[in-house]
Ligand binder design. Sequence first.
Ligand code: NAP
Length: 317
Amino acid sequence: MHEPIAFVGSLDAREEAAFLAALRAALPEESLVPFRALTPAQREAVRVAVVANPDPAEVARLPRLAWIQSLWAGVERLVRDLGAAGVPIVRLVDPELARTMAEAVLAWTFFLQRDMPAYRRQQEAGIWRPLPYRAPAEMTVGLLGFGLLGAAAAGRLDEAGFRVAAWSRTPRARPGAEAGATLAGPDGLARLLAGSDAVVCLLPLTPATRGLLGAAQFAAMKPGAALMNFGRGPIVATDALLAALESGQLSHAVLDVFDTEPLPPESPLWRHPGVTVLPHVTAPTNPRSAAAIVAENLRGYRRTGRIPAAVDAARGY
Ligand code: NAP
């Protein structure tokens, strides 16, 4: 029997039980122990921690940790709190998560394409007024980020007949795109913003993406374009977004992620008619599929001693 795997998280009891049950079912050969139940000797021995919103002080009390497996795809908090310690952080790379996000991107793109926000407002005012139909082929969706989630979203949007543009840090192969690759750099961002009817943020939060979308970027977008933020809240400057919605430069924003979550009751985003607020639900981690990924990573590590590909703490993702 190996040393135990530590489970370090601050989840509610129901969520923690669901993750522990899924992980134990996927890893019957391992002993998975919540941090609070580890004996001092076990804490000394632990080499791997599976984490979900962990308290950094608890992780720091595992002195022989070789790597950390996150149950989330976004790891900006782990990198901020634990990156300096030098313990490799492995994020969740789960095709089921990508499928869920791609489904959400397609759903909310249809919501905008079929003018649902405008019809909602018309209904509230008792107005019967058909708006001109816009086919998917007449609409360009610009994806910021072309990683696991962005590439999956592009596939669903392509299938549905939307025109798709994408932007990433390094140009990524994208058959069918102009030049066969994603856009990159400041010029690429400017081109994507100017050419998109809806912009979808699927970027990680890093020092380079914090505040990336502000007044200048909204001014550079097509008048009447829409924004969807499914990446992380602080990538978007909220005041600038509200100003762009007020002026009509942007028609609508679908926001799943915020600077502070839960979104505070006093936030003007709650009541703005141009904003759809979602409680961080576009791509929740599925305990069962996540457990299968974690099990694969752990078994590889037990077999070979090799730590799975980890995030680059300096780059931030
Ligand atoms: P990923 O595979 O690491 O992809 C990230 C993409 O962003 C890559 O294309 C990367 O460029 C690009 N990028 C990073 N920094 C950039 C920069 N400074 N300028 C331009 N492009 C940049 O990540 P993922 O799995 O797709 O996830 C993306 C994010 O989605 C996560 O970090 C998380 O914050 C968020 N998320 C949200 C939810 C939700 O429910 N709302 C769920 C899961 C994840 P390269 O291709 O050049 O590396």
